[in-house]
Ligand binder design. Structure first.
Ligand SMILES: C[S@@+](CC[C@H](N)C(=O)[O-])C[C@H]1O[C@@H](n2cnc3c(N)ncnc32)[C@H](O)[C@@H]1O
Length: 214
């Protein structure tokens, strides 16, 4: 077995166990911490509405449900079949199921390539997933984000900062990987003791400039 398939196997087992034991392993549906973090992420988006968003590693769909209210349509993916089933049910219960297409994807290998009927995304949300990737995988994901981003679109990253056993790299390293990409401008950096939230766009204009009053 090569090292990367061994790593995939370990991740499969880890997430399968978590979702087997709980439909909400990180308590994103119960914790005020999570509700507030979602609200901050949504508040930092420079556009009111998005045409076509992508959320890889959508988990049980709690953030997907919040994002879907701001998007015409979304692609939500996860490497865990159990997570996808939970997310699908969550969106259906919220009456938003028609807006969201769910697919079983493992990053970075299954990232949807623009072309062949796949449009670029004007919003890509990488939330609490990138620290599970090796630095090589993360570099690939950063390139994939840029290749899939529609003109003027935004990439959002949001990650827990404390150490934990399954983390493959620090949150600081994850967000730094997007810092020096040519053509991407960081529009926002929100730093707290617990998490880091960042937003990059090919469009350097502020929200007021986009709205035409600055
Ligand atoms: C902590 S949850 C985050 C869920 C959601 N994005 C949020 O912020 O609430 C991480 C999710 O990423 C998925 N995941 C982890 N590594 C992945 C990979 N390499 N490819 C696809 N999904 C992955 C897991 O199955 C899990 O559902």
């Amino acid at each position: 077995m090569n090292p990367s398939s061994n790593m995939d196997e370990q991740r499969n087992t880890y997430f399968a166990r978590l979702y087997h034991d709980s439909a909400d392993p990180w308590q994103v549906r119960q914790r005020w911490y999570e509700e507030r973090k979602r609200a901050l992420l949504l508040a930092c988006l420079p556009q009111q509405h998005y045409r076509n968003a992508y959320e890889p590693g959508c988990g049980n769909g709690e953030l997907t449900a919040a994002l879907a209210q701001r998007c015409e349509r979304m692609l939500a993916t996860d490497m865990s079949e159990q997570a996808l089933q939970l997310a699908q049910r969550r969106l259906a219960d919220a009456g938003l199921g028609d807006k969201v297409q769910f697919e079983h994807h493992r990053l970075p290998q299954d990232w949807p390539r623009p072309g062949l009927g796949i449009e670029k995304f004007d919003l890509i949300v990488i939330s609490e997933i990138a620290y599970y990737l090796s630095s090589e995988e993360l570099a690939q994901v950063a390139e994939q984000c840029v290749a899939s981003l529609a003109d003027g679109g935004s990439i959002v990253l949001c990650h827990w900062r404390a150490p934990f056993a399954q983390r493959m790299q620090s949150t600081a390293c994850v967000h730094a990987a997007f810092q020096s990409i040519a053509g991407l401008h960081q529009l926002l950096r929100h730093e707290e003791a617990d998490f880091l939230l960042g937003l990059w766009s090919g469009d350097a204009r502020s929200v007021a400039q986009r709205e035409g009053f600055a």
